[in-house]
Design a binder for this molecule. Structure first.
Ligand SMILES: *Cc1c(COP(=O)(O)O)cnc(C)c1O
Length: 384
């Protein structure tokens, strides 16, 4: 059965993004592909194979259920790491499968030790420390107790990593806060080393930190948004811009395009209202096309009388309100259109392009939010 719209995912774009990130980090650094939020809306099942084809062997998820989806879809023996939620009841399965996870509190650490003992194996943990984000992480005052537990349980706990997360490396307005975090992390790391305790990998950087604070790169970077072809913010892009080669000022490529098609046409006389209510009165005799996507498909109501789509390579406007299942667009000046003609909501058509950023700006959403809100039931298609 046909659907009302499709999201295309470009494999070659992903490969280019990873190649660019690799150039930034150097070859010795592991890139952990962050696939939380259903791979930022792209679909874990779609991204894992593409990522492995691009040489990725490490994935990060927010939760245990996402980790299992990576586990089931990987074809290589790629590492999987849980950054956030993991119920104690799920520890057994996660530890058994060799999936590693962040530990930021004694409760989880002790639970992991119990399970590892029962299974007669090692739990693979990344110790997350509080450096100033103030969400999760062991406090500086926890360090002695933490050290003693880790020492006592060396046969049950595999110390895969020592990690933290920055509170806004994508904006210079957080510069002082991020700098303080870098320092705090270093203090923890040095202290552990002085006590004779090391970790397999030191990792702190997300996309923004990788680009803007290269000293945070260390052994591994956890890259989400950049792998999907977006700068964390315009500011991060501006910061890098000068150092990008003239030949390629735009090294990050968007993976997704969102496409629908024309459902039907209608002629509207000057002075008539279009759609619900009276938000749009035809200023001239017009022709509109109906496109079968609406707010139930993730096309925000905020785009009523605001949105733009591409038809036949031309930018045309949404007229009237976005309804649950459709929008009307003004095609008065276009000729020769047919039912079923392609409508681009995000992406390129001929010489024109609607970017996620422009789309996001008019809906007041950041890239991250817009991507992850694209409904799961819109089919994703992998393209070259
Ligand atoms: C989401 C997340 C990342 C990736 O962030 P991006 O800005 O998308 O690169 C890295 N580390 C942690 C702990 C995260 O939660």
């Amino acid at each position: 059965m046909n659907h009302t719209s499709y999201i295309e995912i470009s494999k070659s774009a992903y490969k280019k993004n990873i190649a660019f990130i690799k150039k930034e980090t150097g070859d010795h650094v592991i890139i952990s592909a962050v696939v939380k939020g259903n791979a930022y809306g792209h679909g874990i099942e779609n991204i894992v194979p593409i990522a492995e084809e691009s040489g990725i062997r490490h994935f990060s998820t927010f939760s245990a259920d996402e980790a299992l989806r990576v586990y089931e879809n990987r074809k290589q023996k790629s590492d999987i790491m849980i950054l956030g939620m993991l119920h104690d009841e799920d520890l057994e399965e996660i530890i058994q499968k060799g999936i590693s996870f962040f530990v930021f509190e004694f409760e989880r650490l002790n639970a992991a030790i119990q399970v590892a003992k029962k299974l007669n194996t090692k739990a693979r943990v990344h110790i997350e420390i509080e450096t100033g984000f103030h969400r999760t992480g062991f406090e500086w005052s926890d360090r002695e107790k933490l050290l003693s537990i880790l020492k006592k349980n060396e046969d049950l706990i595999s110390r895969c990593g020592l990690c933290t997360h920055y509170a806004g490396a994508e904006s210079v307005s957080n510069y002082v806060r991020v700098r303080a975090q870098i320092k705090k992390y270093d203090q923890f790391k040095t202290w552990f080393l002085e006590q004779g305790m090391s970790f397999d990998k030191y990792h702190t950087a997300c996309s923004a930190a990788t680009f803007s604070y290269p000293e945070t790169i260390m052994d591994m970077v956890r890259i989400g948004i950049a792998s999907y072809g977006f700068w964390p913010t315009m500011e991060t892009y501006m910061y890098k811009f000068k150092s990008l080669p003239e030949s390629d000022k735009n090294p990050l490529k968007r993976l997704i395009s969102w496409k629908s098609s024309i459902m039907s046409f209608k002629k509207v006389k000057m002075g008539e209202f279009i759609g619900y209510g009276s938000s749009y009165m035809a200023p001239r005799d017009m022709e509109i096309a109906l496109v079968p996507i609406g707010y139930s498909h993730g096309y925000s109501r905020v785009l009523s009388n605001q949105g733009k789509v591409l038809i036949d390579g031309k930018m045309v406007s949404v007229v009237g309100t976005v309804t649950m299942n459709s929008i009307a667009v003004d095609i008065t000046d276009l000729k020769g259109l047919k039912r079923g003609d392609e409508v681009v909501l995000i992406g390129k058509q001929k010489k024109n392009e609607i970017t996620v950023a422009s789309f996001g700006e008019s809906t007041q959403q950041v890239n991250y939010e817009l991507l992850t809100r694209l409904p799961l039931d819109i089919p994703r298609r992998i393209v070259k």
